[in-house]
Design a protein around this ligand. Structure first.
Ligand SMILES: [Zn+2]
Length: 230
C-alpha cells in the first residue's frame, strides 16, 4: 500500500515537472522510434515517412550509432528530431542518478560526433520513471518524452514466417484503432522490419483523416530548463 502510494506520488511529480506524455494542443500525432539507428530498418522507415510527409522523433541508442552514423545526418536532414535513448540501454533502476546522468551524456556525445543540433529530448530505456532519470534529464536541461500509446510492436520481431501477413495486419489495425489526435506513439525500428509494414496500413488512414503527421516541433515550444535551449 505504501509502495503503491509512493509510486503514485513519484509519477505525478514526474508528470507535472518534466515528462511529456501527449502532444500539446495538437490535431496531429507524433510517431517515435526507439533503439536505432538500424542500417537494415531505419532507411525504410525514413522512406515511408517521406512518402506521407510525416516527421518523427528517433530516440537513438548511443551504442548503435557507430553501425550507421550516416543515418543520424539523414534523420536531421529530412526534418525529423533526434532524441537520446541512453548510451548502453541499461535499466536505470539499477543505476544511481549520477551513473544515469553520465550514460545520458555519453549518448549526447556520441550523437554530437555526427550532428551539430542540440538534442533536446530524452527517453530512458523502457521509459522508466524514477528519480535517477528525472534528475539526469534535469541536469542535462532536456525534456523527458514518454508516450501515450504503445502497441507492443517489439513483438513483431518474433513473428514466424508463416504468420507475417496476419500479424502485420493485426498490428496495423491496432494502430488504426488505438491512435487518436494528440497521441505520442511508441514504436521501435531496431531489428524490427515489420513495423514498416504495419505503418503502411495505418499511415494512409491517418492521412485520410486529415491528421497532422509533422508536428514534432510542437514539443520544441515546451519549456526547457536550460536557458539556451529555449
Ligand atoms: Zn529501448
Amino acid at each position: 500500500m505504501i509502495r503503491t502510494l509512493k509510486n503514485v506520488i513519484r509519477n505525478v511529480i514526474c508528470m507535472c515537472l518534466l515528462v511529456v506524455w501527449r502532444m500539446p494542443k495538437s490535431n496531429g500525432i507524433l510517431l517515435t522510434f526507439d533503439d536505432g539507428p538500424d542500417p537494415n530498418v531505419t532507411p525504410a522507415v525514413l522512406d515511408l515517412l517521406r512518402q506521407y510527409g510525416a516527421k518523427a522523433m528517433f530516440f537513438v541508442s548511443g551504442c548503435c550509432i557507430e553501425t550507421a552514423p550516416e543515418l543520424l545526418t539523414r534523420i536531421v536532414a529530412e526534418g525529423h528530431a533526434l532524441g537520446n535513448h541512453s548510451f548502453a540501454h541499461r535499466r536505470y533502476r539499477v543505476l544511481d542518478w549520477k551513473k544515469c546522468a553520465d550514460d545520458l551524456e555519453k549518448c549526447n556525445e556520441a550523437i554530437a560526433k555526427y550532428v551539430s543540433e542540440l538534442v533536446k529530448f530524452y527517453r530512458p530505456p523502457h521509459g522508466q520513471l524514477g528519480w535517477a532519470p528525472f534528475l539526469a534529464v534535469k541536469k542535462a536541461g532536456m525534456r523527458y518524452i514518454r508516450w501515450s500509446v504503445s502497441i507492443r510492436d517489439w513483438e513483431l520481431r518474433d513473428v514466424d514466417a508463416a504468420n507475417v501477413i496476419p500479424e502485420v495486419k493485426r498490428f496495423g489495425d491496432i494502430l488504426v484503432r488505438q491512435v487518436k489526435p494528440g497521441d505520442i506513439v511508441l514504436l521501435h525500428d531496431y531489428e524490427n522490419p515489420l513495423v514498416v509494414e504495419a505503418l503502411k496500413i495505418a499511415l494512409p488512414v491517418w492521412k485520410e483523416r486529415g491528421w497532422a503527421l509533422d508536428q514534432w516541433d510542437k514539443c520544441s515550444s515546451l519549456h526547457f530548463p536550460r536557458q539556451e535551449l529555449k
